[in-house]
Design a protein around this ligand. Structure first.
Ligand SMILES: Nc1ncnc2c1ncn2[C@@H]1O[C@H](COP(=O)(O)OP(=O)(O)OP(=O)(O)O)[C@@H](O)[C@H]1O
Length: 267
């Protein structure tokens, strides 16, 4: 693994669906640095999830190059875990078994599973809920289990596909702060690609933000966030640069939103 080089490189990568009738992204280039949090924003339907699925090895790019830890992606790469918007928990399994699922599938010994799962359940404030089932948990708790399941596999790259979008606004802010607290622990810091529709969330969580253009998508701009670490969410929100960044990104997305609406109206 190239700890000092980029963790993920997309080089002129394209993804086409339906024999080329739908171009999700075309000649997209992007580097994700090792241990950075890169947030991706972009207009609805521009190909964010598709890009994440390509990085996760769940679907192949159609052209170009996509490399994770120095190796071309062919199937799910080692050391990559994904957290989905809709939690993806198995309703018939307990919190513990859901959290252990990825490790159990990989044939990990029960001793290591216990150690890792209990470690992350504790960090996520879920100790005592091991025997609960997903339906007995709030949305926020269910997504904490989704995060524990991903982290327990000890990934070096965490792919987050709008993980907090299904939560109410207050719970979402709590989970953002919990995620920041976790990523501020040097032993837990990962390379993270975090897709979000929320510009505020991207500014609060990211080292950098990649703004995608409308389909066929490319990276329109990469923004280096000036807030540094450790990061205090309240201080970031109160910082005048927060509002300026918010407006800048919103203006990047605004014409594309108008364009997308016009296209939808015609279709
Ligand atoms: N399996 C597929 N077959 C055909 N088209 C697809 C497939 N998956 C995605 N698409 C199309 O590719 C485009 C990009 O979709 P994708 O879900 O990646 O966008 P997105 O930016 O994540 O969207 P949103 O912001 O709404 O979540 C869309 O037009 C979508 O309809």
């Amino acid at each position: 693994m190239t700890e000092h080089g980029p963790a993920i490189v997309a080089d002129n990568a394209s993804k086409l669906f339906a024999d080329g009738a739908v171009v999700a992204f075309r000649r997209l280039s992007l580097e994700v640095r090792s241990r950075e949090i890169l947030c991706i924003v972009g207009p609805s339907g521009c190909g964010k999830t598709t890009l994440l699925r390509c990085i996760a090895g769940l679907t192949d790019i159609s052209d170009g190059r996509l490399v994770v830890h120095g190796k071309p992606v062919q199937g799910p790469p080692d050391g990559v875990a994904t957290v989905f918007q809709h939690f993806g928990l198995l309703p018939w399994k307990t919190v513990y078994d859901n959290a252990a699922f990825g490790l159990a599938m990989a044939g990990t010994s029960s001793t290591i599973i216990r150690e890792r799962v209990n470690h992350y359940l504790a960090l996520a404030g879920l100790t005592g809920f091991e025997k609960h089932y997903p339906y007995q948990l709030s949305g926020g708790m269910q997504q904490r289990v989704g995060l524990v399941r991903a982290l327990a596999t000890n990934p070096s790259v965490l792919l987050m596909d709008e993980p907090f979008a299904a939560l109410d606004a207050q719970t979402r802010e709590v989970l953002q702060e919990e995620l920041l607290a976790l990523m501020q622990r040097p032993d837990e810091r990962k390379t993270m690609v975090f897709i979000t529709h929320s510009i505020d969330e991207a500014i609060i969580l990211g080292d950098r933000i990649a703004v995608m253009s409308a389909r066929p998508a490319r990276i329109a701009e990469i923004i280096d966030l000036p807030f540094g670490w450790p990061r205090d969410v309240d201080a970031v929100r109160a910082d005048p640069r927060f509002a300026a960044l918010r407006e800048h990104i919103w203006n990047q997305l605004r014409p594309q939103r108008a364009g997308a609406r016009a296209k939808e109206a015609v279709a």
